[in-house]
Write a protein that binds this ligand. Structure first.
Ligand SMILES: NC(=O)c1ccc[n+]([C@@H]2O[C@H](COP(=O)([O-])OP(=O)(O)OC[C@H]3O[C@@H](n4cnc5c(N)ncnc54)[C@H](OP(=O)(O)O)[C@@H]3O)[C@@H](O)[C@H]2O)c1
Length: 294
């Protein structure tokens, strides 16, 4: 999801880059990773690869760690030997989720689950290998035009006339992958100080608030564009999500109740953080709607 949007941004900017899929390079293979970096000789590497199946990581922590921890370490070692700068996206799941004010970049990490533990291992490996040449870019609640994500799921339900129950007691910052790509480019363009940055939208909401906004946008687009299905059954466009609690929607991995991240490092580097989550969703919506075929 992030890799595709970063590729689109670099193409639009006319940057010279090489984008590798998992088939091209498996990060768990240290030799292949070293040889890919030394043959491309990049100035900057952005690691968009990760084990992102949060629930599956609970039962497959070793496999998740192989990618998120050792894969990141392999890439960091390769960058250290060639002098490349490494940008390493990470996650809000490195925090315990029990705070009530936004987590600063240097807040104590205490992951509640396997995915967070493996991502934290990756962060630590990257910062240890490249203290002066790495950016750990934590993001959260990602959505975008590519890959499965919450916005696409809600769009499918809205289109089917299904009113989902959506968790209303978890707080976070829905974040568009294209905005994360822009922040990554800004770090490099401005030679920002190495360290940890929080690439999440500003403001905050709950999954339920996020769903409500998606349904509202879908309703106005269906009405405006006179969506064929909705014309056939106009009642369906009236459905709305219903608020439920985390207890009513159990998952194998515990979700953080509070995942709001602070943005101080951007200001210190002279870079604007990502703007309000609702504004981002409105900007992203046409491309996601088109991609989702809704
Ligand atoms: N999605 C979110 O809500 C979210 C939230 C917070 C942080 N993040 C972080 O943001 C970053 C980007 O996430 P995303 O949602 O864009 O991820 P994504 O869509 O799941 O993409 C991850 C990519 O990594 C590839 N990959 C997996 N194992 C690999 C390996 N061993 N070697 C090489 N490539 C491998 C996958 O390939 P295959 O598809 O072929 O397996 C896939 O293309 C990740 O660091 C993630 O931890 C995501």
């Amino acid at each position: 999801m992030l890799g595709r949007d970063l590729t689109a941004l670099l193409t639009a900017r006319g940057d010279d880059f090489t984008a590798l899929t998992r088939t091209d390079l498996d990060l768990t293979d240290a030799d292949a990773t070293a040889s890919a970096v030394s043959s491309v000789k990049p100035d900057v590497v952005v690691n968009c690869a990760a084990w992102t199946a949060v629930d599956a990581a609970e039962e497959h922590e070793a496999e998740a760690l192989a990618v998120n921890g050792r894969g990141a370490a392999n890439l960091a070692a390769a960058c250290a030997s060639t002098g490349a700068l490494l940008v390493h996206p990470s996650t809000d799941y490195v925090f315990d989720g029990h705070a009530s004010t936004p987590y600063p970049e240097n807040a104590l990490t205490a992951p509640a689950g396997a995915y967070g533990r493996t991502k934290l291992a990756g962060e630590q490996a990257v910062r240890a290998a490249l203290p002066d040449a790495s950016y750990v870019v934590r993001t959260a609640w990602l959505y975008g035009a590519h890959g499965k994500n919450f916005v696409k799921t809600m769009l499918r339900l809205a289109r089917n006339g299904t009113a989902p129950g959506v968790v209303a007691d978890q707080h976070g910052q829905p974040t568009w992958t294209a905005d994360v790509a822009t922040q990554i480019a800004a770090l490099i363009d401005k030679s920002a100080p190495p360290g940890i940055y929080h690439a999440t939208s500003s403001g905050q909401t709950t999954w339920f608030g996020f769903a409500e906004e998606i349904f509202t946008l879908y309703r106005s687009s269906a009405t405006r564009d006179q969506d064929q299905d909705q014309k056939a059954d106009p009642e369906r466009v009236l459905v709305s999500p219903k608020p439920i609690t985390t207890a009513e929607f159990p998952t194998p991995a515990q979700r953080p109740a509070y995942s709001v991240l602070a943005h101080d490092a951007w200001y210190a580097a002279g870079i604007q953080p990502i703007g309000d989550w609702k504004d981002a969703l409105h900007r992203a919506f046409p491309a996601i709607l088109a991609q989702a075929g809704a």
